[in-house]
Structure formats: structure tokens, C-alpha cells
Design a protein. Structure first.
Lengths: 108, 596
């Protein structure tokens, strides 16, 4: 596998972590919105504290996923700045792959 | 001489229990759905997120992060799943305790009434003592009886006290255990201490899951080999693995698909304006499925039994975004009679609501026909049905058999899956409407299926080469066809008013020469002209001949018969001006009742 194709994969992983970020944020929201009103008062306090903590835990996971996506994109951008990129990308990638690769970066 | 009659002490009242078990169920579901997503992240981190050929400092840092991140996500997923399951158990236990509380309160009321009555009778007795001249040993049977009654009543009241105390202990024990389950995994350190590195109980059974090609019987055998804990783990960790898998019990498919549905709704609704057009479409499919399920939640049959609505199939992204979804009214694994309703034109996942309405109407109609039996009626949007008007954008696809051929294979899989999920004898009755009948025709000719009866309504033909019921894999005499005399779509068969011949979708099954059992299916809106509107879409409308007869067919009875269409054009290819003659066109339309 050439370096350009490898970085295409890195770009895809960056996109993947963006999606994980969104899905984890949805989970965090679902946890914080979960109803505890049906529990008896003896349980409700513990449940509310649990949901508050877990909203924070899952949000932290989501932020890590997003940060990782950013880091991977940074690595790809660094690679793109090298002279080697243009030569190898145009040589090794099909036009479709190249377009997708580039569009992913533009979208970000 | 005096005698003592003791008035027993009153028993305790039963404490209030302020609990909403349905809401607790929602809490459990939310936690389980969230755990599913976290499990997915852990799985990605442990596998597909790696870039093996990437080297250098960035790669080292990235791959060094993946391991601990995945480890933490896996532990969190397991912890959250365990708490979610514990909340489910809590729901069950609190429902039991709430029910018990009601019965205790009723018993307390009865005993307190008895006590009041006893006290009153003792007062009357004391105020009206027996005559002094009578022998105390024999004159006072009433006193003796009241003394005995006092002891019996006291025993009952003290017994109730004990039951109330025991109930309170059970409530307290359950509440303490539930609260502890929340507190035990409150922090990430607690989570990692308890669940870090613990194997997911879903992993081992999933690794033994047979491939799709092994067929539905193998899937069922695998499922039955699992422990309850393994099944629960799979339904949460990998709902997509079993939600649409033929051979898996409907109850498990439904639970898994609802986890997927909830997760999708949470994600896509949360994205708001950031949704892509594809996500908009998927959200529409998911929301339609949710609405369809909610619409029929809590429905009961005439015997008072709840009719479950089940998400039997769910894939909102299938077929380029059209979606693949099936909702069952009734449990197809236990019902005496199971209908699979196959729709035709203009069908995609967004329309599961209207097709679930039709499935429900059929369920009602069959129950009306024979309330002693049970039914399941599935709205099956399981193939890539032509989703445009046949005379505008998508006509080429409609008029060809390609989609029906592909759909027939998928339908055959579902029919075989329904059979494979059960050992007992039940009646499986697929019903095709419009192009869905062509799809059904392909399932019954291209594939080996085992159905008990089959019916079509508004059919443009069952596929080229199907010239009679004998070409179909249906028991002799068990193939039925309904057609409104105004229905223009029937003319898209080889014979019929459109005169399409070999360009059509096969022989008109309502034609007398086809040899099917035609049943009455006239619609009151008919006006003697070919119609692609109401005349073609009203077969499942309440109180119509068609729905009544479909219900009778599903219940195993014989529908009200009708004479077949005569087409002088076909098969001699003679007079292009000749139109089919339908004896049904002049008959008075009836309105049989289709609701119990």
C-alpha cells in the first residue's frame, strides 16, 4: 500500500470518528433525558445521580472521539503539504478515490 | 355469670407505593439503547479503526490511544447494559409488588368491613343479653359463636399484618438493591474495576452464529442453544445481527429491532439541521415505523387478550433509502393463522403506517369471521417495491418483473423463516396486492415455500408463465383472487383491457380460464370505468367485500365466491377492440361487517 492510499485510509478513519462522536453525543443525550419519574423516591435519587454521571462519562468519550478525528485530519493535512503528496496521489489514486479523499477533507 | 368477647385489633393499612412501571421500562430501554452505541464504539476501536500500514509518530500515538479507549468503551457498555437489565428486572419486581399491594389493600378492606360488622353484632348482643333464667351452659350459643368468630377474625387480621410487613420488606429490599446497582458503577473507576477486560457475553455466541446461507432452521437451532443471558446480551450488543434474521423468534426480533429503532431516532433527531438528505430519509422511515407501532400498542381482541404489535423487520437504509420494514399485528410465532401482506406500487418504508393499518384491518376482519382463533397479520415492506406512479416516473420498472423476481426471493426467505421459527401446525397465508401479487407469484413459483393458502387482490398478473394455480406452490384449491371490476391495474396482465399480451405481467388471475377461486371484491365507488385510484386501493378498507373475504380466507373459511372475468381477446389474440366482460360489474355491492 502506498503512502497516499494509507493517508486516504487515515482520512476515512477521521470521518469515522466524527460519526462516532455524533452517535455518542446522541447516547449521552438519551441517558440524560431518560425518565426517572416512575421510580420510587428511595431509588430516584440514585438514578438521577447515575444519569448525571453517565451523561458526563459518555460526553467525554464523544469528545475524545471528536478530538481523535481532528488529530487524524491534522495528520492528513500535514501529509498533503509535502511535495510527495501531489506526486503520489495523482499517480496512485484513481480519480474517483482522489475526489472522495479531497471532498472529505473539504467537508471537514 | 359473664362471658368475654374480645374485639380484635384492626390490622395495619397498606402503605402507598408511588411507582410507574411503564416509565421504569422506558428508563431501562434508554439505558440499553445507549449501551448499544457505546458497544459499537468499543468494537470499532478494537478493529476497523486501525490503519495497519500507517507508520510514524502520529500512527504510534493513534494506535496507542485506541487500545485504552476501546477497553474503556467496552467496560462502559457492559456496565450500562448490566444496569439497564437490572432496571428491567426492577420494573418486573415493582409491577409484582404494586399488584400485590392492590390485592393486600383489597383484603384489608374486606377484613376491616368484617371487623366493623363483628363489632356491631357484639354490641347488639351485649345490649340484648339472654334471659337470666336460662342455663348459661346452654343459653348462650351466640356468645360462644362470637368468641370463636373473634379468634378467627383476629387470626386473619394478624395474618394480613404479617403479609403487609413482608411486602414492605420486599419493597425495601428491591429498592435498596436497585439503588445499589446505580451506585456501584457511578464513576469510571468503578466501571473499569468491575468490567474492565471482562469478555462481552455476546461475543462467544455471536462467533458461533451460522451464516445466512445456512438457512433459518440453523439460525433457530443456534438461538435455542443460547442461555437467556447470552440472548439478552446479543439483543443489546448486536441487535442488527438478529433483528432481521429469519428463524429467530419474533419476540426477540422485535426487541432487537426496537433497540435499533430507538438508537436511530435518538441519533437522527438529535442532528437537527445537520442531517444529510440521506439521514432525513432514514429518519422518515424510522419515525414511520415508530408511529405504526405506537398506533396499535395496547390493542385487545374481543376476548380481552392484548394483540402485540411487533417490529418484525427493520432496516431504514435498505434499497437505497427506501427502507425495509415489517410490522406484525399479533405474534406470528404463536398465532393460529399468519398473513403476510405484500404491497405493490408506491411503497417504501415511509408508508409502513398505512400498510400496518391494512394489516390491522385484516386482523379485525379475520377475528370477526372466527373469533375462536388467533391471528397475526404482517405488513411486509420487505422488497424494493416500485415506488413511483406506474404512468409517470417508474413505469418501466413496474411493468417489468425484475423487482418482483428479486422481491419474490426475499418473500420466500421470510415465509420460510416464519415456518422455521415454529414446530406447531399453523396456517401461513401470503396475500399480494397489485405488484405485490407479482412478487408473491415469483415467491410461489421460483422458490420452494410451504404455505397453506394464498390470495391476491388487484393483481396485474403473477408473472409470465403462471397460467393457473397449478403453476404455484400452493395446495390444490387454496389459491384465491379478488378483483374489483373497475380496477384498471388488472388490465396490466397479459389479457385485460390494456391488451399487453406478452408485455404484461402474466395471466390475469381473475380470468375464468386461470382457474383460481375468485371471491367478491366490488367497491362501492365503482362507476364502470377503468380506475387506478380507489378501485385499486380499497381492498383492505373496513366493511368491504374484499376485506371481509380476505378475513374469511385467513380464518380458514370459504369466502363468498364470484364468477371469473371473460376476455374474448385472450388467448386467441383476436379482436383488439374486445374488452373483458366481468359478471361482477352488474352485481349490487354489499357491505359486510369486518370489525368484531
Amino acid at each position: 500500500m502506498t503512502l497516499a492510499v494509507t493517508f486516504l485510509e487515515v482520512g476515512r478513519r477521521a470521518h469515522g470518528w466524527d460519526e462516532q462522536n455524533l452517535q455518542l453525543l446522541a447516547s449521552a443525550r438519551q441517558i440524560s433525558d431518560a425518565p426517572t419519574g416512575g421510580l420510587t423516591s428511595a431509588v430516584k435519587g440514585a438514578a438521577d445521580a447515575f444519569l448525571t454521571s453517565w451523561h458526563r462519562h459518555v460526553t467525554t468519550l464523544a469528545e475524545e472521539a471528536e478530538s481523535t478525528g481532528d488529530d487524524l485530519r491534522g495528520a492528513v493535512e500535514d501529509y498533503m503539504l509535502t511535495d510527495d503528496y501531489t506526486a503520489s496521489a495523482s499517480y496512485d489514486l484513481s480519480m474517483d478515490e482522489y475526489a472522495e479523499f479531497h471532498q472529505n477533507l473539504v467537508d471537514r | 355469670m359473664s362471658a368475654t368477647i374480645t374485639i380484635p385489633a384492626a390490622c395495619r393499612t397498606v402503605p402507598e407505593l408511588d411507582v410507574d412501571t411503564a416509565s421504569i421500562g422506558e428508563l431501562a430501554q434508554d439505558l440499553l439503547v445507549a449501551s448499544t452505541q457505546i458497544d459499537d464504539v468499543g468494537e470499532v476501536a478494537g478493529g476497523s479503526a486501525r490503519v495497519p500500514d500507517w507508520t510514524g509518530a502520529g500512527s504510534s500515538a493513534y494506535h496507542a490511544w485506541l487500545g485504552p479507549f476501546g477497553y474503556r468503551a467496552d467496560a462502559m457498555s457492559l456496565a450500562l447494559r448490566r444496569v439497564g437489565r437490572r432496571v428491567e428486572d426492577h420494573q418486573t419486581e415493582m409491577a409484582r409488588l404494586d399488584d400485590l399491594r392492590g390485592r393486600l389493600a383489597q383484603a384489608v378492606g374486606q377484613q376491616m368491613y368484617a371487623l366493623d360488622d363483628f363489632e356491631r353484632r357484639v354490641r347488639v348482643h351485649v345490649n340484648n343479653p339472654p334471659g337470666a333464667e336460662e342455663d348459661p351452659a346452654s343459653y348462650d350459643p351466640t356468645t360462644t359463636a362470637l368468641q370463636q368468630e373473634s379468634r378467627t377474625l383476629d387470626q386473619a387480621l394478624r395474618n394480613l399484618d404479617e403479609q403487609i410487613t413482608s411486602w414492605e420488606t420486599d419493597v425495601d429490599t428491591e429498592e435498596t438493591a436497585m439503588a445499589a446497582a446505580f451506585r456501584q458503577v457511578m464513576t469510571t473507576d468503578q466501571v473499569e474495576d468491575r468490567y474492565g477486560g471482562v469478555a462481552d457475553p455476546a461475543d462467544a455466541p455471536l462467533s458461533r452464529m451460522p451464516p445466512e446461507s445456512a438457512g433459518p432452521a440453523a439460525a433457530r437451532e443456534w438461538w435455542e442453544s443460547l442461555t437467556p443471558a447470552e440472548r439478552e446480551a446479543i439483543m443489546t450488543a448486536a441487535p442488527g445481527a438478529i433483528g432481521n434474521r429469519d428463524g429467530i423468534p419474533a419476540v426477540a426480533r422485535d426487541e432487537a429491532n426496537r433497540v435499533s429503532l430507538d438508537r436511530d431516532l435518538e441519533l437522527w433527531e438529535g442532528l437537527g439541521d445537520d442531517r444529510t438528505p440521506e439521514e432525513d430519509r432514514q429518519l422518515e422511515n424510522a419515525a414511520a415505523a415508530q408511529d405504526a407501532l405506537e398506533e396499535y400498542e395496547g390493542e385487545r381482541d374481543p376476548n380481552g387478550n392484548e394483540i402485540p404489535s411487533m417490529l418484525w423487520m427493520y432496516d431504514p437504509d435498505a434499497f437505497g433509502g427506501d427502507g425495509r420494514v415489517a410490522v406484525s399485528i399479533g405474534d406470528p410465532d404463536t398465532a393460529d393463522n399468519v398473513a403476510v401482506n405484500v404491497p405493490g406500487l408506491t411503497t417504501d418504508g415511509r408508508e409502513i403506517g398505512q400498510y400496518t393499518d391494512q394489516a390491522f384491518n385484516l386482523h379485525q376482519s379475520a377475528t370477526t369471521a372466527d373469533p375462536s382463533q388467533t391471528y397475526a397479520s404482517i405488513a411486509w415492506i420487505g422488497y424494493d417495491a416500485p415506488n413511483d406512479n406506474p404512468f409517470t416516473g417508474d413505469s418501466a420498472r413496474v411493468l417489468g418483473e425484475g423487482a418482483a423476481e428479486d422481491g419474490g426471493a426475499l418473500l420466500a426467505d421470510s415465509l420460510n423463516g416464519l415456518n422455521a421459527a415454529r414446530d406447531d401446525d399453523f396456517n401461513l397465508v401470503p396475500i399480494g396486492h397489485s405488484y405485490g401479487s407479482t412478487t408473491l407469484g415469483h415467491a410461489l413459483t421460483d422458490h420452494d415455500v410451504d404455505v397453506d393458502r394464498a390470495a391476491v387482490v388487484g393483481s396485474p398478473g403473477l408473472g409470465s408463465g403462471v397460467d393457473g394455480p397449478g403453476d404455484l406452490d400452493v395446495p390444490e384449491g387454496q389459491f384465491y383472487v379478488g378483483r374489483n371490476s373497475d380496477d384498471g391495474v388488472s388490465g396490466l396482465a397479459g389479457n385485460g383491457w390494456a391488451h399487453l399480451g406478452p408485455l404484461g405481467l402474466g395471466y390475469d388471475p381473475s380470468d375464468v380460464d386461470f382457474g383460481a377461486n375468485r371471491f367478491q371484491a366490488e367497491d362501492s365507488s365503482r362507476n364502470g370505468t377503468n380506475d387506478f385510484g380507489d378501485s385499486h386501493t380499497s381492498y383492505y378498507d373496513p366493511n368491504t367485500e374484499s376485506l371481509s373475504n380476505l378475513g374469511i380466507i385467513l380464518s380458514g373459511g370459504e369466502p363468498v365466491g364470484a364468477e371469473g372475468v371473460h376476455d374474448p381477446f385472450f388467448p386467441s389474440w383476436g379482436n383488439l377492440n374486445a374488452s373483458p366482460e366481468d359478471p361482477e360489474a352488474d352485481r349490487d355491492v354489499t357491505h359486510p361487517q369486518t370489525t368484531p
